[in-house]
Design a protein around this ligand. Structure first.
Ligand code: FAD
Length: 278
């Protein structure tokens, strides 16, 4: 493995063999970026708990430092402790600690740990300093927060509970990130806040997903994407230019790294990184 770069990558657990092969192929193609670590998402309600652990061990075998995401909503402390112990035994020492979202219609209760802050606190109580803990940050505000200020209060609380660094929800407006970092630092909190970067490769899907997670797609980007219709090549080319410019601005303005939501696809990430001065 080459020396570590400021880049980290996110994958999701594959659901079948073909998807597994695709994830492995993409991960191999991205080894050349020498990511500092790769993270693996965790399905809502624990639906991919085993899938996350399997993908973590695949990534470890490929030579990556792997960080599983772990969500706490709907779980007991005992279940979370068992997952943490399993990861520790497997040599994992970094986790992304999240509240998660309750899956609709599954009849799952809130469990014993209600917010990411409770999970961070529990990880510290149970595992001490074994894990480096990443938490989520929302420069454009978490969609369920009652105000930007209370959301910031809650973010600061989870850092004080023991988080080491944060990864943001994706955004396409660098000022939203820079303003968020300023407001966090004004509270005396100085952990690395790494921008989460979403490549633009689709139109309808991007708008749908952004609506759900509260990420704003600026009007000018929406209009340009609408104009391209089904022309996937044009969408990718435009998306690469837009996201590359965003990444370069963020790095130039002091972002401590870039965390790419790869969606298990190497091409778009490679195209973006290729044009960056890191
Ligand atoms: P929290 O930090 O707990 O915040 C959730 C909401 O509760 C916010 O509105 C906050 O303001 C509010 N809040 C916090 N504390 C309190 C309190 N004490 N009292 C009242 N309100 C409070 N989801 C998955 O299911 N699996 C994944 O793998 C996954 N990975 C992600 C990775 C990243 C980088 C990001 C940004 C998100 C990810 N998500 C994932 C989505 C995430 O689970 C959702 O956004 C979820 O709704 C919030 O999780 P959180 O950890 O940010 O929650």
């Amino acid at each position: 493995m080459q020396a570590s770069s400021p880049i980290s990558l996110e994958f999701f657990p594959p659901r079948d063999n073909a998807a597994r092969e695709r994830m492995i192929r993409s991960a191999k193609e991205l080894i050349c970026l020498a990511p500092s670590y790769v993270s693996i998402t965790f399905g809502a309600g624990g639906s991919t708990r085993e899938g996350t652990a399997d993908a973590v061990s695949i990534m470890q075998r490929l030579g990556f430092e792997a960080a599983p995401h772990l969500s706490c909503i709907g779980s007991t402390k005992q279940a979370v402790a068992a997952i943490l112990d399993g990861y520790k035994a497997a040599g994992v020492n970094r986790v992304v600690a999240l509240r998660g979202d309750l899956p609709s219609g599954m009849g799952v209760g809130h469990g014993e740990l209600h917010y990411a802050r409770d999970l961070v606190q529990f990880i510290r109580e149970h595992s001490g300093d074994w894990f480096r803990i990443e938490v989520a940050a929302y420069p454009e505000m978490h969609p369920q927060a009652s105000s930007a200020t209370t959301d910031l209060d809650h973010f600061v609380d989870k850092v004080k509970a023991g988080a080491d660094s944060a990864i943001t929800q994706y955004f396409f407006n660098a000022d939203a990130y820079l303003d968020f970092v300023d407001r966090v630092q004004a509270r005396g909190v100085d952990i690395p806040i790494v921008p989460g970067i979403m490549p633009i490769t689709t139109h309808a899907q991007l708008l749908r997903f952004s609506e759900m997670c509260g990420a704003e797609v600026p009007r000018w980007i929406r209009l340009r994407l609408a104009e391209y219709g089904d022309d996937r090549v044009a969408i990718r080319q435009f998306g690469t230019e837009v996201v590359q410019r965003l990444c370069q601005t963020l790095l130039d303005k002091g972002a401590p790294g870039l965390h790419f939501y790869t969606l298990n696809n190497a091409d778009s990430v490679q195209a973006i990184v290729r044009g960056l001065t890191i």
